[in-house]
Design a protein around this ligand. Structure first.
Ligand SMILES: *Cc1c(COP(=O)(O)O)cnc(C)c1O
Length: 408
């Protein structure tokens, strides 16, 4: 039933009070500074005059105009990641894939050839094989652990080589030094997606890369609550070109995600080091368990690229490991169910340990034979170590592997 009084006095127009509500108010002053970064969600910024706008657009005054073109939360986050990477003028993007896309579309055009590593992140592979050819950009793939294979795959029109230093999920280590030398000699841009290694282990720009890419979504933000990417270029002209592309193509991020990621980033080094210690310990623990066929961890002496991992990534082995158990799908199902305290989720870099099964997730589009060729069976699992207590983590895996053995 409607209220009879309100029916007598219908509101047909906003009152002066309603209108006053729409007016901007000065932000309250504080002589003390907030310790946490403020969040600025405003999409637009009001200016004083056309002259003031001119000054901003012509670089005589610093200021924001429209959030897709830039906002304080993106700039603050970018500056922090720049500091970790030893980069300048890095760009934060709306996702890791936006950063990969920006690198490729910003630096290449129709008629160029892009050479990619043959075990790139799944969506990067799809970008290479399905989207770029549609735009007239030639693409092909080669094994980045073998610089001779990369050299053989270069073409006269190769404009850019895209690699990941640590491959997913087999954790092979690219010959970064060899590939950087090839690219430098031929004036080809080298882009390194450094999501798995992180700047804590490797700063690609210091190893001859021209572009460094991150899925900030993963370890850098670290809490699985923000989807973001990062791209930095060594050359100032390319950097300026990429910034224009990011804004025009709408690849730029939301303030809220940047704000969350910045908060996560503050504990990145601590999370990384603790997760890495857990990964190293878990790798050795798994290697000693009956029912585990093999363990892949760059920090172990039995890793095929162990020596290269040590020179490139330092004495430790990173936060990721993979392992293979005997048995098929039934054993795999038993393992994830028994590891009920470990999130079975196709991601990495979360503060907690996550477990993924490439055959049913990241690599499900491949044929059984194509998966077998890179060593991915039904018993193959990838672990992204988190910061849990090490004994507890080892016990979780002991129980899970025993359950898998009983089922398989
Ligand atoms: C996750 C990931 C990406 C894509 O990042 P999103 O933030 O999910 O778009 C790119 N490269 C690598 C190596 C990744 O792990």
């Amino acid at each position: 039933m409607s209220d009879p009084k309100s029916a007598e006095t219908p509101r047909t127009a906003p009152t002066p009070d309603d209108t006053a509500l729409l007016r901007g108010l000065p932000w309250p002053d504080s002589t003390s500074r907030p310790l946490g970064s403020p969040i600025q969600p405003s999409v637009v910024y009001a200016s004083d005059s056309p002259d003031a706008l001119d000054a901003q657009y012509e670089g005589r005054a610093q200021g924001y105009t429209y959030a897709r073109e830039g906002h304080p939360n993106a700039d603050t986050l970018a500056a922090r990641i720049d500091g970790l990477e030893g980069a300048e003028g890095g760009i934060v993007t709306g996702s890791g894939m936006a950063a990969v896309t920006l690198a490729l579309l910003g630096a290449c055009g129709a008629g160029d050839h892009v050479l990619g590593g043959d075990q790139l992140y799944g969506r990067s592979l799809r970008l290479m094989t399905e989207e770029l050819p549609r735009l007239g950009i030639e693409t092909s793939l080669a094994d980045p652990t073998d610089s001779a294979a990369i050299a053989a795959a270069l073409r006269p029109n190769t404009r850019l080589v895209l690699i990941e230093t640590v491959s997913n999920p087999t954790l092979r280590i690219a010959d970064l030094a060899g590939i950087a030398a090839l690219c430098r000699a031929r004036g080809i841009l080298l882009a390194v997606d450094s999501t798995f290694s992180t700047p804590r282990a490797l700063r690609p720009l210091e190893h001859g890369a021209d572009l460094v890419i991150h899925s900030v979504t993963k370890l850098l933000a670290g809490h699985s609550d923000a989807t973001l990417g990062y791209l930095a270029a060594r050359d100032p002209d390319l950097r300026a070109r990429l910034r224009v592309c990011a804004v025009t193509m709408g690849l730029t991020p939301s303030p809220f995600d940047c704000w969350l990621a910045e908060r996560g980033l503050l504990s990145f080094a601590l999370r990384h080091d603790r997760a890495e210690a857990n990964a190293a310990r878990l790798a050795d623990h798994l290697a000693g368990l009956p029912g585990v066929r093999r363990v892949i961890y760059p920090g172990r002496a039995d890793h095929p690229d162990h020596a290269r991992a040590q020179t490139l990534l330092g004495p430790r082995g990173g936060t990721m490991l993979s392992f293979e158990i005997a048995g098929g799908r039934a054993a795999a199902n038993a393992l994830t169910r028994a590891a009920s305290q470990i999130a079975f989720a196709p991601t990495l870099g979360d503060i907690g340990t996550t477990l993924s099964h490439p055959a049913s997730s990241s690599h499900r589009a491949l044929s059984h034979e194509a998966r077998a060729a890179i060593g991915i069976s039904e018993g193959f699992f990838r672990v992204s170590a988190g910061v849990e207590e090490g004994d507890w983590l080892a016990a979780q895996f002991t129980a899970a592997i025993a359950a898998a053995a009983a089922a398989g």
